[in-house]
Design a protein around this ligand. Structure first.
Ligand code: ADP
Ligand code: MG
Length: 243
C-alpha cells in the first residue's frame, strides 16, 4: 500500500537540515506502523512526504501503486487517498462539526449534499460525536475535536491514514478516547502510519515499530521484539529515556 524508496529531504531555511536521509520503507495493506524517535528526527517530514505536504527531493513514493512524486499525479487525488490527522486538530473554526466533515466530500469528492451528510453522520456516530454535529469546534473538548478531525479525514474514504502525534496536545483524560477510535480503525483493516509517544498503543496495535534518528530509519521490528530486545544502541538509549 505504501512503498517508499530512498527518499531524501533537505530544508535550507532557516538553516540547512537534512530531515530525511535515504529512507526506504514498505507498508502492506491493513498494516499499522508506529514511528517513534527523538524530536527533530524526521518523523513529521516522513509522514508529510507521504501525502505530499512536503515534496521529497529524491527517491520514489508509491501509494497503492500511484507514483505520488510524478508531476502529473493530481495532488487532490493524493490527499483524498491519504488522510492525515495532526497534533493540533486543524478543524475549520467557522464551520460546524457536520460541515467540517461534509465540506471535503462535496468540494473534492463531488458528492451531493444529502449523500455527504449521511456519510458524515455515520462517521460522527462511529467516533462518538453525532450529538455535537451542529456545534462549532470551539465548543468541543480537545478529545472531541480530534475525533471530528479523524471523521473528517475518513470522509474522503482514504486508503491510508497518517497520524502525527494525534494525542500529544490532549489532556491525559482525553487520550484514551482518541486512541480507542484509532484502535477500531486498525481492527477494521485501515492501513495506518502513526507517530506517537503512546507506547501502550504501539505494543497493542502496531504490526511494526519504526525507530528514526537523524533523518534515518535506524531499526524496525514487531513491538514484542522491538521493546524487549532492541538491537541498536541508539534505540536502546531512546527507549531507556521514554519507558
Ligand atoms: P520530528 O517530527 O521527528 O520532530 P521533523 O520532521 O519535524 O522531526 O523535523 C526534522 C528536521 O527538519 C528538524 O531539524 C526540523 O527543524 C527540520 N524541519 C522540519 N520541517 C521544516 C520546515 N518546514 N522548514 C525548515 N526545517 C524544517
Ligand atoms: Mg514531529
Amino acid at each position: 500500500m505504501i512503498d517508499v524508496q530512498n527518499i531524501f529531504k533537505t530544508f535550507y531555511v532557516p538553516h540547512e537540515v537534512q530531515a530525511l536521509h535515504n529512507v526506504s520503507y514498505h507498508v502492506n495493506p491493513g498494516e499499522v506502523v508506529v514511528v517513534i524517535g527523538p524530536s527533530g528526527s524526521g518523523k513529521s517530514t516522513f509522514l508529510r512526504c507521504l501525502n505530499r505536504l512536503e515534496y521529497a527531493d529524491e527517491g520514489q513514493i508509491l501509494i497503492d501503486g500511484v507514483d505520488i512524486l510524478a508531476p502529473k499525479t493530481d495532488i487532490n487525488k493524493i490527499r483524498m487517498e491519504v488522510g492525515m490527522v495532526f497534533q493540533s486538530f486543524n478543524l475549520f473554526p467557522h464551520l460546524s462539526v457536520l460541515e467540517n466533515v461534509t465540506i471535503g466530500q462535496t468540494s473534492v469528492r463531488k458528492r451531493n449534499k444529502a449523500e455527504s451528510v449521511e456519510s458524515a453522520m455515520k462517521l460522527l456516530n462511529k467516533v462518538g460525536i453525532h450529538d455535537k454535529a451542529h456545534v462549532h469546534p470551539a465548543q468541543l473538548s480537545g478529545g472531541q475535536q480530534q475525533r471530528v478531525a479523524i471523521a473528517r479525514a475518513l470522509a474522503m474514504d482514504p486508503k491510508v491514514m497518517l497520524f502525527d502525534e494525534p494525542t500529544s496536545a490532549l489532556d491525559p483524560e482525553m487520550i484514551g478516547e482518541v486512541l480507542d477510535v484509532m484502535k477500531t480503525l486498525a481492527t477494521e483493516g485501515m492501513t495506518m502510519v502513526v507517530v506517537t509517544h503512546e507506547m501502550g498503543f504501539a505494543r497493542e496495535v502496531a504490526d511494526h515499530v519504526v525507530f528514526m534518528d537523524e533523518g534515518k530509519v535506524i531499526e524496525v521490528g514487531p513491538p514484542e521484539h522491538f521493546f524487549t530486545s532492541p538491537e541498536h544502541d541508539r534505540t536502546k538509549l531512546f527507549l531507556s529515556q521514554i519507558l
